[in-house]
Design a protein around this ligand. Sequence first.
Ligand code: TYC
Length: 104
Amino acid sequence: MPTKDDTILLPRTKTKPKLERPKLYKVILVNDDYTPREFVVMVLKAVFRMTEETSYRVMLTAHRMGTAVVVVCARDIAETKAKEAIDLAKEAGYPLMFTTEPEE
Ligand code: TYC
């Protein structure tokens, strides 16, 4: 009669499926010639909860370099924030633009 000691132990062949870490996305502020600096700073503070100092620095980076990374976060949050910021600018009649792109 077989006993529990007769159990044949085979090496585990199934590999645990590795969960992919979700990609992070950058929200990018794009410079333009029309949106006032103060308005850009206000939007950064309101939508991205930045301090006056950080907002000013990010605005100035975009103004000088053409673009600036505002924040890196999950895709849905990045897209929602970018849209909120663009909508605020649209309402005020400014062409201020934000884009999102996956991190390298
Ligand atoms: N270049 C704008 C100006 O001189 C200010 C500005 C800065 C606009 C950053 C957009 O992403 C921007 N009034």
